[in-house]
Design a protein around this ligand. Structure first.
Ligand code: CMC
Length: 392
């Protein structure tokens, strides 16, 4: 007490200790529980990585089978919750729909309201991992007016999500194994990123001892912002608008450098990485493969690559250490897979979910945890005399 540190945006303030994710932003290193991200992206499944983040160790085959089995048991939504989707306007953005439905889970599972009861935290963890893909696909189905698909628990985690999203009743649908594999890998890349805005939000809400569903639903809202997860949608919109303006990448870069209001190179820059985002390098490689496989015209990919090339050679970006971040190339892959731009940030949320859960659980188990309550530097009036309304 006595003095406070003024640190807008928490640029220099550590809010917690954590043993989950390590980032060295200058070197472009990211590790989950000590394992390099590149190796996990190549060799581990999303559920394996979820287990690693939440429980601290890679699962044995038996542990993984048990964990996946529990998740499979909980993929259905309560029929009453399913009906919530009828109430949203058809053109609703799926992010607030996702957040509302996650929030509503705490009305259906009131047994999960004690954040310190280990069994309750465990079942809430399983319910969230199981139900969020169902919710996400229903948010999408609602937006295009198609009937909801119930989960098919014979399928894997990502395969089930793809089927619920893209299949239509009475029409056959086969999950493309390459699409499923790439999406699983993208979820791994998004699974945690230490104290980013949405994760800090989850922790802050949870620090008041709000339950896991409430905390995660707040995290979804934080993620929706265009400076955070919403950037993946914003990148595609930026590329579309450059294309519509005749594909003049140079003049767009000039507008960014002139700091024209509202014009930023979306998908570039990061608070922590002052080097190439290691996730972006993996995504860039995958983008080329997926687009080739899907026989998609890669006009937008070419534009993105031109933008990157120009930016990485331009002093404005070089001197500020602005490099492509994870969001720069993901939208192109999601688009090639058939997702509309409105769903891109929902996909980020599906990937980030185990990270939010792991961080919330770590905080709840930390004896040093206290309610988050930042201080301020007051800049308003000194004391003044009240003037009755008729004399103002
Ligand atoms: N385009 C143009 N200029 C930029 C950009 C950009 N994308 N990012 C930063 N700058 C400039 C900024 O104007 C400032 O310049 P100056 O020193 O002349 O005032 C300088 O670089 C430092 O930027 P900052 O805004 O102080 O950096 P920050 O750490 O507060 O912001 C950021 C980080 C990610 C919000 C920002 O880089 C940004 O807005 N990027 C675009 C949105 C985006 O891609 N977000 C995704 C982040 S990664 C994953 C995720 O969270 O989803």
């Amino acid at each position: 007490t006595g003095y406070v540190t003024y640190d807008p945006g928490f640029v220099n303030t550590a809010s917690c200790t954590s043993a989950i994710t390590y980032i060295d932003g200058d070197a472009g290193i990211l590790r989950y529980r000590g394992y390099p991200i590149g190796e996990l992206a190549e060799k581990a499944s999303f559920l394996e990585v979820s287990y690693l983040l939440i429980y601290g160790e890679l699962p044995t085959a038996a542990q993984l089978a048990e964990f996946s089995g529990k998740i499979r048991m909980h993929t259905l939504l309560h029929e009453d919750l399913r009906r919530f989707f009828d109430g949203f306007p058809r053109d609703a953005h799926p992010m607030p729909v996702l957040s509302s439905a996650v929030s509503a889970l705490s009305t259906f599972y009131q047994d999960a309201l004690d954040p310190f009861d280990a069994d309750q935290v465990e079942i809430s963890t399983v319910r969230l991992l199981a139900k969020v893909p169902t919710i996400a696909s229903y948010a999408y189905k609602k937006s295009i007016g198609q009937p909801f698909m119930y989960p098919d628990n014979a399928l894997g985690y990502v395969e089930n999500f793809l089927r619920m999203t893209f299949a239509v009743p009475a029409t056959s649908y086969e999950v493309d194994p390459v699409v499923a594999k790439v999406l699983d890998m993208l979820f791994v890349l998004h699974a945690d990123h230490e104290q980013n805005c949405s994760t800090s939000t989850v922790r802050l809400v949870g620090s008041a001892q709000a339950n896991l569903f409430a905390s995660v639903s707040a995290g979804v809202h934080a993620l929706s912002g265009p400076l955070h997860g919403g950037a993946n949608q914003a990148v595609l919109e930026m590329l579309d608008s450059i294309k519509a303006d005749g594909g003049d990448v140079q003049s767009f870069v000039r507008r960014v450098k002139d700091k024209e209001p509202g014009v930023k190179l979306m998908g570039f820059g990061h608070r922590v990485y002052k080097n190439y985002d290691p996730r972006a390098a993996i995504v860039k490689q995958a983008a080329r493969e997926v687009l080739d496989r899907m026989h998609q015209p890669d006009e937008l990919l070419d534009l993105a690559m031109q933008l990157e090339e120009i930016a990485l050679a331009d002093d404005y970006f070089v001197s500020r250490k602005l490099y492509p971040n994870v969001d720069f190339y993901t939208g192109l892959i999601y688009k090639a897979m058939g997702f509309p731009p409105k769903m891109f940030t929902v996909l980020f949320a599906l990937g980030r979910l185990p990270g939010w859960i792991a961080q919330w659980r770590e905080m709840m188990g930390d004896p040093a945890n206290k309610i988050g309550r930042p201080r301020q530097v007051y800049t308003g009036s000194a004391e003044r005399a009240f003037v009755p309304v008729e004399q103002r």
